[in-house]
Structure formats: structure tokens, C-alpha cells
Design a binder for this molecule. Structure first.
Ligand code: ATP
Length: 314
């Protein structure tokens, strides 16, 4: 298998006409056949970056090679390799689903392949709607059409921009099943999201973008291990109003109702300090009726990364 990155982004900057710098020196390689999740808050620059890779938005500086082609010089070849599922549908409302999806295929110079288009429509539960006009479809069905259109020309790279925004559970599950199937067949998938569970569930690697800067790119499992914290929660027998000074060494937090003490510790540390904490609680007559532990989610990690990065920027 070809181990060269399928997309190679070098020194990409984007300043919009009004002078706003939406992307700052982005360098990123996407591996062939991976699912890469680009995380970031609203306005972080995700859509801009996708737009640049797809050749819809012009970069102010930098170069991108996608599937062996330069996005500026070989624009058409790059577009033919990419399927883009945008956030919104701008499409021919009076056309049927079947015509729209076949038309998308034709746009990229691909010969008709009714069997393939049928499979895409069936996979997306759109087959029964193939003769319906786009304007008569529900919002969720329109999203399905967007995905079908993006897949119509059998792209090797698929971009999904906020695929779960405003989508019901059923469609989300259909979509993820398809994404996994596509990956199994060798398609590279890049998705942007602010639903972090989605990335946690699906992605092989994760990139976090904050105010136009790519602040981390990491294997998901490594990210979770490196930055993950565990939390021990003690449900107190008697609520308290403040944490006794004798327990300062543990940097505990008390929930607003005063009923639970929470201790966060690093999963990498050899000594967690839990045994000593429990002994100290006992000495101070602080009794608890329950104890539970949990690991931090990708969401916690994401929030703390963005927080740290904001701290260093200001
Ligand atoms: N055409 C434009 N002209 C000027 N500024 C723009 C333009 N398009 C986007 N921006 C600005 O660039 C920044 C990045 O926008 P972008 O759409 O890439 O963010 P995003 O991470 O995709 O956000 P969201 O999650 O809301 O989709 C935002 O501050 C946005 O206002």
C-alpha cells in the first residue's frame, strides 16, 4: 500500500478580503485510508481549510497536494478525487433524486453507472425516494442526497463538513455505517465536527484547530492516553460547604450542592495519591457513602487544549 500521505498541506494561510486571518500556517498530512477528524469551535477555520483543499477557497499562501495533484495547478484532477458533503444543500429543487445524483457523477466526466448509483441510494435509504423531487424531501432526506451526490463519482477522498448538525439518530447511524464501509474499501475520510463524541467514536486521528491554528494533531488513542485524566468522585454522607484546608494537597473540587468531592489525577502518574487521600478523609471524620471513578472524555481533553492554547496566545 502507498504510504505517502494522500493530502499534504504546507504553510497554508488564509486572510479574507476584509483582512481577517482565518488560517495561520497550517501544515498537515492526511494518511491514505484514515478517518481524520478536525475539531474546532464555531469559526475556528474548519470550513475554510476544507474549502481550500477542495479548491473552492483560494489560499493566501501555501501549497496543497491531494491525491498526487497540486490543488492550484491541477484543480480539476483534485476535484475529481474528492467528494465533498457541504453543510447545506444548494441544489436543483425541481430535479428528482435520481437525476441529481447521476448529474453529479457526470460533472466529473464519469461514465454512467446505474448499478453504482443504485447502491449509493440504497445504502442511504433513498432508493424509495429516487423519483421524488428534491424540494419535496424532508431536511434529513436532503442531507442524504448531499451525501449521495458527494459519492456519485466514486471519490478517493471524502470530506464531511459537520455531518451530524441537525441530523436525527437514524441518519447518523446510517452515515457512520457508510463511512466505516467506505474506509474499509480504501476511501480516506476527513470530517469536521464539534460533536466530540463523533470524533471519539469514529476517528483514527484527530486535529484540533483553534482560531485558525492547528494546535495538535495526534492519534486518537495516544491523545486520550497522553492527555487523559481520571476522576474519583466521593459522594459524602454529610454535605459540606467548603473543602478543609488539610486536603489542599489534592486540589479537590466540591460540587455546587456540597455533596460530592471530586479528585482529578493523571493516568500517567505512578502514585495516584488516592490511598493517602482516603486515609486523610478518615482522620478528619469525613465519611462517604459511595465512590466512583471515570476517565476524561475527548471532550474534556478538547476543552482543556483550547483553554491552554488561549492562555499562551494572550
Ligand atoms: N468569506 C468570508 N469573508 C470573511 N470572513 C470569513 C469568510 N468566510 C469565513 N470567514 C471567517 O473566517 C473564520 C473561520 O470560518 P470557518 O467557516 O472556516 O469556521 P468553521 O470552523 O468552519 O466554523 P463553523 O463550525 O461555525 O462552521 C470565521 O471567523 C468566519 O467569520
Amino acid at each position: 500500500m502507498n504510504s505517502d500521505p494522500i493530502i499534504s498541506i504546507r504553510g497554508v494561510n488564509k486572510t479574507y478580503a476584509g483582512g481577517f486571518q482565518a488560517l495561520k500556517n497550517i501544515n498537515l498530512d492526511i494518511k491514505r485510508g484514515e478517518i481524520f477528524a478536525l475539531l474546532g469551535a464555531n469559526g475556528a477555520g474548519k470550513t475554510t481549510l476544507i474549502g481550500i483543499v477542495c479548491g473552492i477557497v483560494n489560499a493566501s499562501a501555501g501549497n496543497i497536494i491531494a491525491d498526487g495533484y497540486d490543488t492550484r495547478r491541477d484543480y480539476r484532477a483534485v476535484r475529481a478525487a474528492i467528494g465533498l458533503v457541504p453543510q447545506e444543500l444548494h441544489t436543483d429543487a425541481f430535479e428528482s433524486v435520481w437525476a441529481t445524483v447521476n448529474f453529479s457523477r457526470g460533472l466529473f466526466g464519469k461514465p454512467p453507472n446505474p448499478a453504482y448509483v443504485e447502491k449509493v441510494l440504497r445504502d442511504l435509504s433513498l432508493w424509495d425516494k429516487r423519483d421524488a423531487k428534491i424540494m419535496s424531501l424532508s431536511g434529513g432526506m436532503k442531507r442524504r442526497v448531499l451525501i449521495a451526490k458527494a459519492l456519485a463519482h466514486e471519490p478517493t477522498i471524502l470530506f464531511l463538513d459537520e455531518p451530524s448538525a441537525g441530523v436525527d439518530v437514524e441518519l447518523r447511524h446510517d452515515m457512520w455505517r457508510m463511512v466505516r464501509e467506505l474506509r474499509a474499501n480504501g476511501t480516506t475520510i476527513i470530517l469536521t465536527t464539534h460533536y466530540i463524541e463523533e470524533a471519539e467514536d469514529m476517528a483514527d486521528r484527530i486535529g484540533v484547530i483553534n482560531k485558525g491554528e492547528l494546535i495538535i494533531v495526534e492519534d486518537k488513542a495516544v491523545l486520550m492516553r497522553k492527555l487523559g485524566k481520571k476522576q474519583l468522585t466521593l459522594t459524602l454522607r454529610q454535605s459540606m460547604t467548603e473543602i478543609p484546608a488539610e486536603l489542599d494537597a489534592w486540589a479537590l473540587t466540591l460540587t455546587a450542592d456540597g455533596e460530592r468531592l471530586v479528585y482529578s489525577f493523571d493516568t500517567q502518574e505512578e502514585e495516584t495519591g488516592i490511598a493517602e487521600l482516603l486515609r486523610r478523609l478518615n482522620e478528619h471524620g469525613i465519611d462517604f457513602k459511595d465512590l466512583s471513578s471515570n476517565e476524561s472524555s475527548l471532550e474534556d481533553i478538547f476543552v482543556s487544549l483550547v483553554h491552554q492554547s488561549q492562555g499562551t496566545q494572550s
